[in-house]
Design a protein around this ligand. Structure first.
Ligand code: AMP
Length: 284
């Protein structure tokens, strides 16, 4: 496995593979890799000839006061895991080369990127869209894999790629969960035992919410009950529990399920003296 930090080195490797007619599949990550990331890598291997994984904790998607500095960084272990999966290249750009002092361009996606996460993290998708655009320009992948764990992010990337005519096919990967249904996340590393036990209650509460809607309950009644159940379980606050149509992420007309939908949730789970913001989503 090649471990490359320079843009020049990256382009050289990509160019050689492209010249040989090989299909390149890209998996962007922020590192602190877990089994969820590795399912993306395995899917990537199925789709192409060469798998490129990037590890970059992207500063532009963190707002002031968020956990940019505290975000777990485990590069050595990440590289070991990726090598064991047969990854061809891990790209680890350094922040100075991604954003130099003259950087003055932004990328803003509307539509699906508005509401939900943006109501609580207004600049988050600007940061994601910018870094994905830059990484795609550097890697020039035929395909890229993103997890459904970050469902609105996946929808935003699909919009970005279509709107800006990027020649990369986007593939969504199912959510990897632990045996208690908690979606795997690098931020789960923050949890102590009590916090983790509370985090694992999210799945049951959301499944109940989905079942209530399937049984004909109005979405507002079901989502209000889910919010109340999260707070009663000990969550400190709930940013949203929303039901949206799976592709456009628009609000359901009429307030009842009338086909496939997605329930999306963001809630703050107390952990020691602070809390961890969990996001998750479920198909209904
Ligand atoms: P991150 O390192 O958190 O930015 O995630 C990198 C990629 O892995 C994104 O496309 C995420 O959606 C995806 N991902 C993270 N956790 C999971 C999970 N539990 N299941 C599926 N995909 C995931």
């Amino acid at each position: 496995m090649k471990r490359i930090r320079s843009e020049k080195g990256l382009r050289k490797a990509i160019w050689a593979w492209r010249k040989a007619g090989e299909k390149i599949v890209f998996v962007p990550t922020m590192g602190a890799l877990h089994e969820g990331h590795l399912t993306l890598v395995r899917l990537a291997k199925k789709h192409g000839d060469r798998v490129v994984v990037s590890i970059f904790v992207n500063p532009t998607q963190f707002a002031p006061g968020e956990d940019l500095d505290a975000y777990p960084r485990t590069e050595k272990e990440d590289a070991r895991l990726l090598k064991a999966e047969g990854v061809d290249l891990v790209y680890i750009p350094d922040p100075q080369t991604m954003y130099n002092v003259h950087h003055a361009t932004s990328v803003t996606v509307g539509g699906v990127a508005k509401g939900l996460e943006t109501d609580y993290r207004p600049t988050f998708f600007d940061g994601v869209a910018l870094v994905v655009t830059k990484l795609f320009n550097r890697v020039q992948p035929d395909m890229a894999i993103f997890g459904e764990k970050d469902y609105q992010q996946l929808a935003t990337i699909r919009r970005l790629v279509e709107d800006l005519d990027m020649p990369t096919k986007i593939i969504g990967a199912p959510i990897a969960r632990d045996e208690f249904g908690l979606a795997l996340s690098s931020r789960n590393a923050y949890f102590d035992e009590t916090g983790l036990a509370l985090a694992r209650k999210l799945n049951g509460i959301m499944k109940r919410c989905a079942a209530d809607m399937r049984d004909g309950q109005h979405v507002d009644t079901a989502t209000d009950a889910a919010k109340a159940a999260l707070l009663a379980a000990g969550y400190s606050s709930v940013d949203y529990v929303e039901v949206r149509s799976p592709n456009s992420l628009t609000v359901l007309e009429g307030g009842y399920l009338n086909g496939p939908a997605r329930v999306l949730v963001a809630a703050h789970c107390p952990n020691g003296k602070s809390s961890v913001r969990l996001i998750d989503n479920f198909a209904v």
